[in-house]
Design a protein around this ligand. Sequence first.
Ligand code: MLT
Length: 276
Amino acid sequence: MKRIEILLTPGQLNDELTLKDKNIIVIDVLRATTTITISLANGAKEVIPTENIATAVRVAKGSKNSILCGERNGRVIDGFKLGNSPLEYTSEEIKDKALIFSTTNGTQAIMKSKFAKNCLLASFVNMSTVVDYVNALDEDFTIICSGKLNDFCLEDAVCAGMLLNKLSVGRNLELMDSEVAAMNLSNDLAMLMNVPSQEKVLRMLNISEHGRYLSQIGFEKDLEICSKIDSYPIIPLFRNGVIRLREQFEGDSDQRSKMKRVNIGIKREEKQKQSD
Ligand code: MLT
């Protein structure tokens, strides 16, 4: 039986070695994993997550063609070029650049996965592509919600629950309380509001604590971008200290040969048939 566990806060991890050799999905809907996904889709060469501002500055000094990016309290860090709004990451701004990134929660959660076997970044914008990837790999996974300062946050839990609901189709998964809670949160969202899915996610972001804060400081447009399910169907992978598109890593791991053998489209159809 496969296990897909959800950590509702990164605080549930005592030690990053707990994640050694595991398959990890990191979620930070508002906004790190959404913004990083969009930046790679818009042509950034790579994203280098860092644990703190001082490290980001040091890494940038040693990296050619790089930009310092990140936020504290939602706003651009003093002296950095870009903040954490997906709207800033246009191809004119970032094409072929290395983005040295430091955010309050998202990059911290990503860094905790540095010893993972595979670490992918997820949010609503690449939901179905992540589902396809996990289905194709067909191994155990741990989903980490970045949360807020080691605490629970609604949007990451709903996103994790939606992901797990989709992954549970045709699968007999072993579920613990965190998974049941996240799946129910995402199901409640589906049932409570009689509007299209897109609108439901946006409404949820609007009532979330961090969503309300971002709107207050002028980033309400970001919530709309972060709510768009499947608008960026790509997989950012964190490997050897850098985040790149899955395709960009091809050639440097046996992961590739495994993925090649699997026709993702066929797998998806099979799962769909089982659920019909
Ligand atoms: C984070 O990493 O804490 C966030 O992405 C914060 C934000 O910029 O909204």
